[in-house]
Design a protein around this ligand. Structure first.
Ligand code: DX5
Ligand code: ZN
Length: 209
């Protein structure tokens, strides 16, 4: 069954502990980290991740939108990340970042921005845990899903038969079925979950789609 990963970016930042109590039915928590450089926005860092670690038993799926992810892997491990994905378009050597994530006992993932084709992962370790297919330009929540990005899924599935394929950006009740049709394993949903009147019900409906 598809996993639902609410994105913390759309939660009420003044009450994160309480927000996490509203999503016990989630399968993982998606945490967007932005550096104001790789993307034109700044979000949250290791101290916030660490502050919420004991507020929920959920798997922490950390999505690094950083120009240089390598120097920060250790800090996110210490803060309580379970999996860490970084962008193939970032500036560090992907093999080095993947080994660092593994060395520290976490699960590695790679994210692809909308314009990046599956072939850019040709030389990447086939045992990745996760591939994050961005269906919006990274940087902001609340955008519209770019449907053509979903066409990458069949090729990625062939290249990485063991990886979970995660869709990130613009997922809601209307677009979730399109993602599932193309074979998504995880749906990230920020606005559709945390801005819904009843986040728990929103998760169930996304899953039931
Ligand atoms: C965008 C982030 C997404 C975002 C999704 O850079 O990676 O995870 O929070 O938000 P929604 O679901 O609102 O599109
Ligand atoms: Zn994300």
């Amino acid at each position: 069954m598809v996993k639902i990963a609410p994105s913390l970016l759309a939660a009420d930042f003044s009450a994160l502990g309480q927000e996490l109590q509203r999503i016990p039915q989630a399968d993982m928590l998606h945490i967007d980290v932005m550096d104001g450089c790789f993307v034109p926005n700044i979000s949250i860092g290791p101290p916030v991740v660490s502050a919420i670690r004991d507020k929920t038993p959920l798997h922490f799926d950390v999505h690094l939108m950083l120009e240089h992810p390598l120097p920060y892997i250790e800090a996110f491990c210490a803060a309580g990340a379970d999996s860490v994905s970084f962008h193939i378009e970032s500036k560090d050597d992907p093999a080095a970042v993947i080994s660092r994530i593994r060395e520290l006992g976490m699960k590695p993932g790679i994210a692809l921005s909308p314009a990046t084709p599956p072939e850019s992962l040709e030389h990447i370790d086939r045992d990745l845990y996760l591939i994050t297919v961005m269906t919006v330009e990274p940087g902001f929540g609340g955008q519209k899903l770019i449907e053509s990005c979903l066409d990458k899924l069949p090729a990625l599935r062939k290249m990485f038969p063991h990886a979970l394929l995660e869709i990130d950006g613009g997922v809601n009740l209307e677009t979730a079925p399109l993602c599932l049709e193309k074979g998504a394993d995880i749906l990230v949903a920020g606005t559709a979950v945390f801005r819904a009147p009843d986040p728990a019900a929103a998760i169930q409906s996304l899953r039931a789609n």
